[in-house]
Design a protein around this ligand. Structure first.
Ligand code: ZN
Length: 430
C-alpha cells in the first residue's frame, strides 16, 4: 500500500465516528490514533468544571440515538444514517411537535439543497437536527415525533499527546483537532497526516528536536492544554497546526503571529522551492487552534498548514466534505511537505567560517572540481561559496539558502562537507 493509500484508509476508518468536543467519540478516535502512531499516546482526562484560562471544561456529551419520525411513523431524519443529522451537543428531548415547531429546530443549506450542514450547539442548552433542504421541503403538515437520546453530564474533556523524544528538550509542536464528526477534510486529514508523521519520526533515527503531537478538541482542547502546560511553553521552538490537508487545492501556510519565525521561513522555503501551488497568508485571530497558540500571552511560533483555507470551499462543514472530497495523492503530498519542513528544522544550524580571510583553497581539500558527474556540481560549488561567505556566526543555513536562492538540502550538504574539512565550526546552540 502506498503512503497515500494508508492515509486514506485511516481517514475512512475514522469517518463514521461521532466526535464532538467531549465524549466517547474522541476516546475511540484516540484509541485508533494510538495504534497509528505506534503506541505511546498519552491520554489526558480533564474533569468537567475545571477552570482553564478564561474558560471552563464543559459537561461531557454522548449520543445513543436521535431521529425525527413523520406522522406515519417513518424516520425522516436519522442519526444512524449520518451523525451530521444531529446538532452537536444537543440536549436530550422526547416530544411530539407540529411541523411549524419542528422547523425551528431544523438547519439546512438552501444554496446547496442536497447537502446536510454541520452545526454545533456548544455551551448552549439547545437541540436541533440538520437535513438537506430537499428533505425538509418534502415534509408534510402534521405532528412529528422527536427523539434526542443524548447525555450531557459531568464527565471529562479528553485529549491525546504523543511525544517523540529527540536529542534536545526543545520541542516542535504539531497540533490537530479531533472534535468533528463525519467530515473528512476538516479534521480527519489533519489527524491522518499528524499520526503518520509521528510514526515516521518515532521509527527513524533519534531527531534533534523533540516532537510533541497534540490530538485535541478545537479551541477548548488547546486552551486546556495551554492552561496545563503554561510553565513549560518556552520549550516550544517551532509549531504547526495541521488541518484541511486532503482536498485538491493548493497549499496555504498561515504565518505565525510573529510572522517571521523559523517555521514561517522554513515553510516558505519548502513550498517556494518545490513548485507546488501555494499561498502564504498573514496571521489573523480567526481559524483553528493557532488562534490560541498565538494569543498575545503565549505568542508561540506556530503557524497553520492547510490546502484550501477553511470556509472558502463549498464542501466546508457540509456532508460533501466526505470520502470523495479527499484523495490519497493529496494526503501523501501534504505529508511530504511536513517531512520536508522537518528536514529543514532538523538541519538548520549556524556556523562560523574558520578561514574567513580570503577564500580558503577548496582544491587542496578535495572540495573543488572533483565532483564530476554530478549534475548539480555547479550549484553545489556555489552552495559552498555561499556558506563560507555568510557563515560569520549570525546567519543560519536556512537564511543562507534563501539568500543564495538554493535548495536547503544542498546548502546543508555543502556545510557538512566544509565542516568535515575543518573549515566550519558550529556556533553555540547551532
Ligand atoms: Zn471545522
Amino acid at each position: 500500500m502506498t503512503a497515500g493509500e494508508e492515509l486514506y484508509k485511516l481517514v475512512a476508518e475514522l469517518y463514521p465516528i461521532c466526535r464532538s468536543i467531549t465524549g466517547d467519540g474522541v476516546r475511540r478516535t484516540l484509541e485508533i490514533v494510538d495504534r497509528e502512531v505506534g503506541g505511546g499516546l498519552e491520554v489526558t482526562e480533564v474533569p468537567t468544571g475545571t477552570e482553564v484560562l478564561d474558560w471552563t471544561v464543559p459537561r461531557e456529551w454522548n449520543v445513543r440515538d436521535a431521529w425525527v419520525a413523520d406522522p406515519s411513523g417513518r424516520k425522516v431524519i436519522d442519526f444512524q444514517a449520518s451523525n451530521l443529522h444531529l446538532v452537536s451537543c444537543s440536549v436530550p428531548v422526547r416530544a411530539t411537535v407540529p411541523l411549524a415547531e419542528l422547523r425551528e429546530h431544523l438547519f439546512t443549506l438552501p444554496d446547496q439543497p442536497d447537502r446536510v450542514p454541520y452545526r454545533t450547539a456548544y455551551y448552549a442548552e439547545r437541540w436541533g437536527f440538520c437535513a438537506s433542504q430537499r428533505v425538509v421541503d418534502g415534509l408534510a403538515e402534521g405532528d412529528y415525533e422527536v427523539c434526542v437520546d443524548t447525555t450531557l453530564a459531568d464527565g471529562h474533556l479528553t485529549y491525546g499527546e504523543r511525544l517523540v523524544e529527540g536529542q534536545s528538550t526543545d520541542e516542535v509542536l504539531v497540533s490537530c483537532h479531533v472534535c468533528h464528526p463525519s467530515l473528512a477534510n476538516d479534521n480527519l486529514s489533519g489527524i491522518a497526516v499528524a499520526s503518520r508523521l509521528a510514526r515516521l519520526l518515532a521509527k527513524g533515527p533519534r531527531p534533534r528536536y523533540s516532537y510533541r503531537f497534540l490530538f485535541i478538541p478545537g479551541t477548548i482542547g488547546s486552551i486546556t492544554w495551554l492552561a496545563r502546560n503554561q510553565d513549560r511553553l518556552d520549550r516550544v521552538r517551532h509549531g504547526l497546526v495541521l488541518s484541511g490537508l486532503g482536498d485538491p487545492g493548493g497549499f496555504t501556510w498561515k504565518r505565525s503571529r510573529r510572522g517571521d519565525t523559523v517555521i514561517d521561513r522554513a515553510m516558505a522555503h519548502v513550498l517556494g522551492r518545490s513548485g507546488r501551488p501555494h499561498q502564504l497568508v498573514d496571521f489573523s485571530p480567526y481559524g483553528y487552534d493557532e488562534r490560541q497558540y498565538c494569543s498575545p500571552g503565549f505568542n508561540l511560533p506556530v503557524g497553520r498548514l492547510s490546502r484550501t483555507p477553511f470556509a472558502t470551499y463549498p464542501e466546508y462543514h457540509t456532508s460533501a466534505d466526505d470520502l470523495d472530497f479527499v484523495g490519497p495523492g493529496q494526503l501523501a503530498d501534504s505529508l511530504e511537505v511536513c517531512q520536508e519542513v522537518v528536514e529543514v528544522l532538523e538541519g538548520d544550524r549556524t556556523y562560523l567560517n574558520l578561514s574567513p580571510k580570503g577564500e580558503p583553497q577548496l582544491g587542496k581539500r578535495g572540495l573543488y572540481g572533483q565532483i564530476g558527474g554530478r549534475s548539480d556540481a555547479e550549484e553545489r560549488q556555489m552552495a559552498m561559496l555561499w556558506v563560507l561567505n555568510l557563515s560569520d556566526g549570525g546567519m543560519s543555513l536556512l537564511e543562507v539558502a534563501e539568500r543564495a536562492g538554493l535548495p536547503f538540502a544542498l546548502v546543508a550538504e555543502a556545510a557538512g562537507a566544509l565542516e568535515a574539512a575543518g573549515l566550519l565550526s558550529r556556533t553555540a546552540g547551532g
